[in-house]
Design a protein around this ligand. Sequence first.
Ligand SMILES: Nc1nc2c(ncn2[C@@H]2O[C@H](COP(=O)(O)OP(=O)(O)OP(=O)(O)O)[C@@H](O)[C@H]2O)c(=O)[nH]1
Ligand SMILES: [Mg+2]
Length: 301
Amino acid sequence: MTERIKKKFGRVVILGRPNTGKSTLLNAIMNQKVAITSPLPQTTRKNSRVVYGDERGKIIFSDTPGIIGKVDDLVGRKINLEAPKESNRAQVMVVLMDISREKTEEENKVISIVRKSGAKKVLVYNKIDQAIGSKDHLAEYNYLEEEFDKVISISALKGKYVKGLLSIIFKMLPEVDDEEIEKDAELMALGGGIVIGMGSEEFVSEIIREKAYLFLRKEVPYSLTVEVDSIRDKEKMIVVKAKILTNAERYKKMIIGKNGKKIKEIGFNARKELELMSARKVFLELTVEVDRHWAERALAA
Ligand SMILES: Nc1nc2c(ncn2[C@@H]2O[C@H](COP(=O)(O)OP(=O)(O)OP(=O)(O)O)[C@@H](O)[C@H]2O)c(=O)[nH]1
Ligand SMILES: [Mg+2]
């Protein structure tokens, strides 16, 4: 009889309040961009899953939107429901704290989700590169350690100690028959690798949204979404047709900007990144429309 090969396998959820660096961490683990990031809270709006694999085994990682304490708008409320949904299925919870920022009430909401779970728990102090001098708030977070099985300090942005975190996670995961792993329905659906790229309308729209976050005033991003109408591969270039939808005429004006300056900036930077990703020439046709019902559609469960 041939000996059965066992490998590590499981589901890992990345949690934390907004802006702690969850999506940045996932990109660092995957060694490529799989999630958009920005300095604004609630950049991630939906749970997203990717598969990491190496000789040790396979991990289905979930990036979740930041959990916030108080929300009063529709978009915020829907976003806040995402992370708890994803937490139930994980064997390991990776909980990020931004130690370059003062601890606030918002962490309590995250901790209440952590407490409810029977999963293994890793506390990650992120942004150690920035947590220097008066920006070092580590001491304010230390008391949380008793809730966790392991603690590690990293810089997701600089990729520092991310490998160490990955080792901790692998140790916590169960060993599963290799054959069983390969038969896992979710793993098969995710394709066992990264399915994101120019073929993915969802990811292309995320890249455009990321650039909109970068160039617009703070309040505007919460009232917009991006929809990709078509991605066509013409011989010489890829032609992308997309539109930014927003709630109100005044936001539309801000997104377009004086003489179309803003929309050009957003479009130019999105196109550059899409060209880098695809190693192709990209033509991006980007328009702005008012649509008061985008949130109900885009964030529908
Ligand atoms: N200096 C420093 N900045 C970081 C680090 N990790 C993330 N950031 C920055 O923090 C900001 C937020 O990062 P994201 O990865 O978008 O945070 P998030 O937790 O996914 O945020 P939401 O999706 O809104 O919940 C970005 O500007 C990142 O570049 C880090 O290790 N060091
Ligand atoms: Mg995020």
